[in-house]
Design a protein around this ligand. Structure first.
Ligand code: NAD
Ligand code: MG
Length: 392
């Protein structure tokens, strides 16, 4: 039996992970579940999985949860606060940590799991985008194992020649990796149409069911930009070796193009339980509950080049990656603030890229090898983004 902590268990990835775990009660045992404030979902998860600890970030929600669990006779200890998140990520009893908190809030607990040498199932791409250099150094120094859950990176991982403990695939005959992108709900909109799209339209992704923030990121294609940066750190490849290809069906999850002309792809139905089960069981395979792929029903697979003018956020992400240091921290922070403002109807969809671009121009990046620098640039970028959003 392997014990697992789920950071962000009430979200889209958290729920899919519990679905996979429930199919293998003989293999995995839930040690801790964590959430921001969704009491009802966390309560139901505690009743079903009986974790030793449940962490609710919001203290009021935590005391309500504790009362409800006690009344229901569930023997789960309820804790609150960011230190409790770090503690369950680093607990000695745990081998696996699913990092599925959304955004920068996931950085410190995911870093705690790296420092404690855990097997990290990484969904929280923002943590790596913010702190790539530092994070990868902590993984290496503490013997942690970083397993990609993001579907594109999990696909690449499955198509690579062998596992590199150093997360560096230079000199392994790889010409480039190709990250596929559906293009999101607005791929066929014109410029005028894009200016008036609503949060409700943006979160209605054609192929995947996901949390609100990543759904907006998919609509702007900042999600693919964050994934280019994520791929740089996970696979040790330069930005010129990481390409993005539009593929509207989301059946091919990504590809590796080798120098001998071979292109290896991983295919499957668009269901996150596949990469989750793959990362969990690696190097073995387990059932995930995902239906077998029916290529006859799929009928066709379409591809197109990305139009960077239509998706300026993707160009901004490449620019930040090439600038290095805390540029990607700044990009991520500005994006989180702009997306939150768009979801709140305080910012137009097309202004998201504008805000990020201005923040990147106005803040001088630092080297990014210390947590202090990362956190201070994250804060500075958020303050500036909020000022610019108020003026927009
Ligand atoms: P979500 O919004 O559905 O869930 C987020 C989870 O994080 C919830 O459990 C929430 O309670 C928790 N949370 C939110 N703010 C928090 C805070 N301040 N402190 C502690 N916990 C907090 O998000 P999601 O779609 O499941 O995405 C989670 C992560 O996985 C993101 O980084 C996303 O980019 C990545 N990811 C998601 C998908 C997907 O299909 N949903 C695919 C690939 C990668
Ligand atoms: Mg992805």
């Amino acid at each position: 039996m392997q014990a697992i902590t789920l950071l962000g268990s009430t979200g889209s990835i958290g729920v899919s992970t519990l679905n996979v775990l429930a199919q293998h009660p003989d293999k995995y045992q839930v040690y801790a579940l964590t959430a921001n404030s969704s009491i009802d979902t966390l309560f139901a998860q505690c009743v079903q999985f009986e974790p030793k600890i449940a962490v609710m970030l919001d203290p009021q929600a935590a005391s309500q949860l504790a009362e409800r669990l006690a009344a229901a006779g569930v023997d789960t200890q309820v804790e609150t606060g960011t230190q409790a998140l770090e503690a369950v990520a680093a607990a000695a009893a745990v081998k696996y940590v699913m990092a599925a908190i959304v955004g920068a809030a996931g950085l410190l607990p995911t870093l705690a799991a790296a420092r404690a040498g855990k097997h990290i199932l990484l969904a929280n791409k923002e943590a790596l985008v913010m702190s790539g250099q530092l994070f990868m150094a902590e993984v290496a120094a503490n013997g942690a194992t970083l397993l990609p859950v993001d579907s594109e990176h999990n696909a690449i991982w499955q198509c690579l020649p062998m596992v590199s403990e150093q997360h560096n695939y230079q000199g392994k005959g790889i010409r480039r990796i190709i990250l596929t992108a559906s293009g999101g709900p607005f791929r066929d909109y014109d410029k005028a149409g894009l200016a008036t799209v609503t949060p409700e339209q943006a979160v209605a992704h054609p192929n995947w069911s996901m949390g609100q923030k990543i759904s907006v990121d998919s609509a702007t294609m900042m999600n693919k930009g964050l994934e280019v940066i994520e791929a740089h750190w996970l696979f040790g490849l330069e930005s010129e070796q990481i390409e993005v290809l539009l593929h509207r069906q989301s059946i091919i999850h990504s590809m590796v193009d080798y120098v001998d002309g071979s292109v290896l792809a991983q295919l499957g139905n668009p269901d996150m339980r596949t990469p989750i089960a793959n990362a969990l069981a690696w190097p073995e395979r387990i059932e995930s509950g995902v239906a077998p792929l029916d290529l006859v029903a799929a009928g066709r697979l379409d591809f197109a080049a990305v139009d960077f003018d239509h998706f300026p956020c993707l160009a901004l992400a490449y620019r930040a990656l090439n600038s290095g240091g805390t540029s990607t921290t700044i990009l991520n922070a500005a994006n989180e603030e702009a997306v939150a403002a768009f979801l709140d109807k305080r910012l137009k969809f097309t202004d998201i890229a504008q805000i990020i671009s201005q923040v990147l121009e106005q803040i001088e990046p630092q080297a990014g090898d210390s947590l202090d620098e990362i956190l201070s640039d994250d804060t500075q970028a958020r303050i500036l983004a909020c000022e610019l959003i108020n003026q927009a």
